[in-house]
Design a protein around this ligand. Structure first.
Ligand SMILES: Nc1ncnc2c1ncn2[C@@H]1O[C@H](COP(=O)(O)OP(=O)(O)OP(=O)(O)O)[C@@H](O)[C@H]1O
Ligand SMILES: [Mg+2]
Length: 354
């Protein structure tokens, strides 16, 4: 008689469409029942994309046909409610106390994701919200430095106590790893660590938890999007075509796991020369807005390229703290307001209920 082990092995050949990981590793196989030569298989998927379900059905059937001893396969696919945001395959329930978890992502590295995460978090806090910042960039955690925080978090009971600066509660991979040694994380490790991070941190009550994701659209990022219960994602891009191409990939990734895209932020959009106030479009102009219009995603705003922003990052004193009334400060405040509008569905000026 065929064994559960053999079936599981065969199912490991079935990749989630578009990704290198298989449906077993994603935790989508919910039940394997065997009676003589009949296999009852239950899968749990979260997708509104019928082609994904159909592809998996065909691939599962093909994989099980190769296993000897199986005559009949009864395949049931449970679709978890794809209307509820952030319920991707294998995803967890919401983070206790957190109203909205928002990922900040980009396909391309170095476009200013961490800079936007930090200043956006502070801008939201300045508009009256309770805000946390979770640095999930396991490859290059830079949030603690940008936030001027160098201590390690303590533990109270069985929970990690977030650190805090500028009124923002903060947790980062950077607190848990040696600053000088690069970390090589594998998918399952990331999933586990991030689960601990997000669920075992004593966040208290938060209106918004801003989550800085690592750059790219690989399995690590996909794992993160599935592990974290996200209300949505903010995409950061520069105006350049190379960055926009990667933003499209990232958008496709979020769609796959049913995470709504809350909007696009164009960073490093214009340089205003301090000496003559002339505008220079170093990386081109308007690419983020055009991409937003093309894809029907809200455009949240443009952040200029300025010395203050870069210095703020390097010195651990974000521009949103040092100079909220400056041009970049106002730009971040505008993005924060646009984001709140997306999340709250109103003017964006309301603080969340406690
Ligand atoms: N609008 C801006 N004006 C000036 N400098 C900026 C701006 N945005 C980001 N920078 C600078 O660019 C560098 C890269 O930014 P940041 O680290 O935020 O990017 P990232 O997308 O998080 O990078 P990574 O992909 O490595 O995580 C930093 O030195 C930062 O200070
Ligand atoms: Mg970063």
């Amino acid at each position: 008689m065929v064994t559960e082990e053999e079936i599981r092995k065969a199912l490991e050949e079935v990749k989630y469409p578009g990704f290198t990981r298989n449906i077993v590793s994603f935790g989508m196989v919910k039940k394997i029942g065997i009676e003589d030569s009949t296999v009852d298989l239950v899968l749990g998927l979260t997708t509104s994309d019928k082609t994904v379900t159909e592809r998996i059905r065909l691939d599962v059937e093909a994989a099980l046909r190769k296993v000897s001893g199986i005559k009949t396969v009864n395949l049931t696919i449970h679709l978890q409610n794809p209307q509820i945001p952030a319920q991707g395959p294998g995803q967890q329930a919401g983070i206790p106390g957190v109203r909205h978890a928002v990922a900040v992502a980009s396909g391309k590295g170095g476009v200013g994701k961490s800079t936007v995460s930090v200043n956006l978090a502070i801008a939201l806090q300045q508009s009256g919200a309770r805000v946390g910042l979770l640095d999930c960039d396991v490859y290059g955690p830079s949030i603690p430095m940008m936030m001027g925080v160098h201590q390690k978090p303590g533990i109270a009971g069985d929970k990690l106590e977030p650190l805090s600066n500028f009124g923002i509660r903060l947790m980062s991979m950077g607190f848990l790893v040696d600053e000088d040694s690069p970390v090589i994380w594998r998918g399952p490790m990331i999933m586990k660590t991030v689960q601990q991070f997000s669920r075992n941190v004593n966040w208290g009550k938060l209106d918004y938890l801003i989550i800085d994701l690592p750059p790219g659209t690989g399995d690590t990022q996909l794992s993160l999007c599935q592990t974290l219960p996200l209300s949505g994602a903010v995409m950061v891009t520069t105006p350049q075509e190379v960055a926009l191409i990667d933003v499209r990939k990232a958008a496709a990734m979020f769609r796959k796991v049913n995470v709504p895209i809350l909007g696009i932020v164009e960073n490093m959009s214009t340089f205003i020369c301090p000496s003559d106030q002339k505008r220079y479009d170093i990386f081109g102009a308007g690419g983020g807005r055009r991409e937003a219009e093309r894809t029907g995603v809200p455009f949240l705003g443009e952040i200029p390229i300025t010395m203050e922003i870069r210095q703020g990052g390097d010195q651990g004193l974000p521009v949103m703290v040092a100079a909220p009334e400056s041009i970049p400060g106002k730009a971040f405040a505008g993005v924060a307001q646009a984001l709140r509008r997306q999340l709250e569905g109103d003017s964006g000026s309301r603080a969340g209920p406690s």
